[in-house]
Design a protein around this ligand. Structure first.
Ligand SMILES: [Zn+2]
Length: 176
């Protein structure tokens, strides 16, 4: 069941996603909460760190592990703006996180129920409660706005390259 508390922390995760966006990363933010206190937070930094594992959830888990000085993060809840992928869901199981609350579903790589369900896989030795769709609209709008803007920028870049090419092709004829 979604509560005001869930929405409060999702709002916090959204503000972390904005930090990722400001640095040109796909806007995903995550915060790990225990006893209503932040024990770790992070945002997607894969490009900046040249690290395919630097997803928001991984950054939050790493920060929390350092803070509580333990590799197990029992009784904690992870709030993340986008459904975790297989890597992150696997790490959350390793960390024994109790609950995952996510905003937007990920139809391509979601591993908390959309494509597969690593969080609640019956064969694993730990299952995580999953709550989906908290502030889903804000979370998915942030992502789609980012991709729309990036497509536009790439199109402009292609167009400016084309202009440059045509200028170059004029150059040899000027030499004659
Ligand atoms: Zn991930």
């Amino acid at each position: 069941m979604t509560t005001n508390t869930d929405e409060f922390w999702m709002q916090h995760a959204l503000s972390l996603a904005q930090q990722a966006e400001r640095q040109g990363e796909i806007p995903v933010g995550a915060v790990l909460v225990k006893n209503n206190e932040v024990i770790g937070e992070g945002f997607n930094q894969s490009i900046m760190l040249n690290d395919p594992s630097a997803h928001a959830e991984m950054q939050a888990i790493r920060a929390a592990g350092r803070k509580v000085n333990n590799y197990r993060l029992v009784d904690s809840t992870l709030y993340v703006t986008l459904e975790p992928c297989a890597m992150c869901a696997g790490a959350l199981v390793h960390a024994r996180v109790a609950r995952v609350v996510y905003g937007a579903a990920d139809a391509k790589t979601g591993a908390a129920g959309s494509v597969m369900d690593i969080c609640r896989h019956p064969a694993l030795n730990h299952q995580i409660d999953v709550e989906s769709g908290v502030l889903a609209k804000q979370c998915s709008t942030a992502l789609s706005a980012f991709f729309r803007r990036r497509r536009k920028e790439q199109k402009q870049l292609r167009q400016s390259t084309t202009t440059l090419d045509s200028t170059e092709s004029v150059m040899p004829s000027m030499d004659k």
